[in-house]
Design a protein around this ligand. Structure first.
Ligand SMILES: Cc1ncc(COP(=O)(O)O)c(C=O)c1O
Length: 430
């Protein structure tokens, strides 16, 4: 490869052009890199109170505050009436699907390119995932809800991929016309907004994740939000073995019959870390937005690069910048140049073509009778085979991603931009 990287800024590459001197670039990290005094203070407060369980502690006169406070502040930020802390984003998906009464015989539309549990959570509640194409937003493509809807479709999961709100106007319109519920998966995008409103309040329900790699983290953790008191009550029951405690009665009266739920309650220690981190979300967004704008101002007009479509740039979180080159081979060549310059260019979170995952290849659930797929029939059905997703396949093999985080400074961005320009010239993309 015609790559010459040097610590000498005046060096020339093998064709006589100037090189970009190699310098270290920080690893992209979001909320966890800010863990500090406030997280310590709140965690210590919980430990000293000895009240580790969210619903009661040793002192009946002072109810445990952390999860309750997180829920209040989070709901206020998103603009929903209710929020419920749970143990993970995956648990939140199962709780929300359960609240929406999704079960055996139902179908749920979900982007073919998404995190593992966007698929497995649907199977866990007994329903059938129906995979949909993505588009140049890297989120669910408009038109897919209409194309894939059947009389059995109960809901659609709209994933807001990596800090960016999906194009909610057309998607909501299609879902409303189809009469199906919308579950927004905001796991990767807390605080992002669309047309002036935070995501999470557009759909019937929404979920968030606080896993280590997410914008705000408590290691593990998640949250469900909704405006609908009936769905909230059902979510509470789903996450607390069917119970609806007095704590929640003060939020909204119970009307639903009890049912067999699971146990996904958030602990106070998790709530303490998540609360401190939650209060940093807008700071993280502002930092990453500023850096991505700086990067774009230097590379957005390079011919031959096509940048991810951000449906509402004002609401973007800015921590990953995506662009496409013409072919997968060029993508590998571009990445090789970035890696040689020590620039991380992998996504910060696992996202997969679901039709290539092992659980899809076998169609298995945890027990044979629990699978929503027809066993014995030829499998995978065409709807789960790679040939059925030409748009998704094309998009996911040609993009380059530049992640940035809290440790990046302006000079890091200027260096990344210089290397992108150099790689672009070196590959003769102009
Ligand atoms: C889009 C999306 N949904 C759901 C989840 C599940 O979150 P968790 O890892 O907290 O279970 C993730 C996390 O990776 C995700 O990226």
């Amino acid at each position: 490869m015609n790559i010459v990287m040097s610590t000498d800024a005046s060096a020339l590459n093998s064709e006589g052009g100037p090189v970009v001197p190699v310098r270290p670039v920080p690893s992209p990290c979001l909320g966890w890199s800010l863990i500090g005094d406030e997280e310590e203070r709140l965690v210590l407060q919980v430990l000293r109170s000895k009240a580790l369980f969210r619903y009661y502690g040793p002192d009946p006169k002072s109810p445990p505050p952390m999860v309750a406070r997180l829920e209040r502040e989070f709901a206020a930020m998103v603009g929903t009436r209710f929020a419920l802390g749970v143990t993970s984003g995956t648990a939140a998906l199962e709780v929300a699907l359960g609240a929406l009464a999704v079960g055996p015989g139902d179908e749920v539309i979900v982007p073919a390119w998404s995190w593992v549990s966007c698929f497995t959570a649907i199977v866990r509640v007994g329903a059938k995932p129906v995979l949909a194409e993505i588009d140049d937003t890297l989120c669910l493509a408009a038109g897919e809800i209409t194309r894939l809807r059947t009389p059995r479709t109960k809901a659609v999961i709209v994933v807001h991929f990596q800090g960016v709100a999906a194009d909610l106007d057309p998607l909501m319109q299609e879902a409303r016309a189809a009469g199906i519920a919308v579950l927004e998966d905001c796991a990767e995008s807390p605080g992002a907004s669309y047309r002036g409103r935070r995501i999470g309040a557009y759909g019937d329900m929404a979920i968030f994740s606080f896993q280590q790699q997410k914008m705000m983290t408590s290691g593990e953790g998640g949250l469900v939000v909704t405006n609908d008191p009936r769905l909230f009550e059902r979510a509470v029951r789903m996450h607390d073995v069917g119970q609806y405690r007095d704590f929640h009665t003060s939020q909204t009266e119970a009307h639903e019959p009890a049912f067999c739920g699971s146990q996904f309650r958030m602990a106070e220690l998790t709530g303490a870390v998540a609360l401190a981190q939650f209060r940093r979300v807008d700071q993280i967004r502002a930092h990453c937005r500023r850096l991505s704008a700086r990067l774009l101002s230097q590379v957005a007009t390079l011919p031959g690069l096509k940048f991810r479509r951000i449906p509402d740039p004002a609401g973007d979180s800015g921590f990953e910048t995506y662009f496409w080159v013409a072919t997968p081979a060029l993508r590998e060549a571009f990445r090789a140049r970035l890696e040689a310059a020590k620039i991380p260019c992998q996504q910060m979170t696992g996202t997969y073509a679901q039709y290539r995952r092992p659980y899809v290849a076998t169609g298995r659930a945890h027990a044979p009778g629990a699978t929503p797929f027809r066993l014995g029939a030829s499998w995978p059905e065409p709807a789960y085979q790679v040939e059925s997703f030409p748009r998704t396949e094309d998009l996911i093999h040609r993009f380059v991603v530049i992640p940035v985080g809290m440790d990046h400074r302006d000079e890091d961005i200027d260096y990344i931009a210089a290397v992108i320009r150099w790689a672009h010239a070196d590959l003769r993309l102009g």
